[in-house]
Write a protein that binds this ligand. Structure first.
Ligand code: E4P
Length: 221
């Protein structure tokens, strides 16, 4: 999934990768300035389509405000949106209530196994462990993902791990190898992975060799 709400980049990468969703939070929204929030998110939905997963975070701090936010988000966008709820006391209570209403939930801001276990028990559809932020706190992020994965299998739970907060390609690899079902990554990481100078050098060698045989700008016929 793409961890951005930048419309041109979502448009661009939706044509390049098999995009299974877009994730946002208030800090990601802030990067775009004071956007017309719901209108902007409806535009993202239009680009990614109804089957891709759009994750939108509540901003309320109390359980009641989180639930009100969730209802508003669904009413303004659509009922397929995954509501991101921070996994604290107020959030867990909100997750339980929203799951009783059959709403899709992503339990976010996960830094520990216990937080994740509680979100699984509350019925969250996705857990979003914060990979880079855990590493910054000297927490073994790969271990946390493995432990969450183990707990989910043991409970035969349908909860999936959507690892987030990546600051480089290596972190993404580690999360996937540790058992994350999905990752959400910023366009900067995708760009780094796909525009590595070694890739361009290899392509240039292929082009030069081909053209040395068949001539400049020749194609397979
Ligand atoms: C998902 O949307 C998360 O909120 C996000 O990946 C957090 O990333 P950060 O740690 O770079 O802020």
């Amino acid at each position: 999934m793409l961890d951005t709400v930048n419309l041109p980049l979502i448009e661009k990468y939706s044509k390049i990768i098999k995009l299974s969703g877009v994730t946002s939070n208030p800090s990601i929204i802030k990067r775009e300035g004071k956007i017309d929030f719901f209108n902007h998110l409806r535009k993202i939905r239009k680009i990614i389509g109804q089957t891709a997963k759009l994750h939108v975070q509540v901003t309320g701090r109390s359980t009641a405000d989180m639930i009100t936010d969730a209802h508003r988000i669904l009413a303004e966008i659509d009922n397929d949106v995954y509501i991101k709820v921070p996994t604290n006391e107020a959030g867990l209570a909100a997750i339980k209530q929203l799951k009783n209403e059959g709403i899709h939930i992503t339990a976010t801001a996960i830094y520990s196994e216990l937080q994740g276990f509680l979100a699984v028990a509350a019925g969250a559809d996705y857990l979003a462990p914060y990979y880079n932020r855990m590493l910054n706190m000297n927490i073994d992020a790969a271990y946390v993902i493995r432990a969450l994965n183990h707990e989910i299998s043991q409970e035969r739970s349908a909860t999936k791990i959507l690892a987030a907060s990546f600051h480089n390609c290596q972190q993404v690899n580690e999360a996937i190898e540790s058992g994350a079902d999905a990752v959400t990554i910023g366009p900067d990481i995708l760009k780094t992975a796909l525009t590595n100078p070694a890739i361009n050098a290899a392509i240039k060698d292929f082009t030069d060799d081909w053209e040395s045989i068949y001539g400049k700008d020749s194609i397979i016929t």
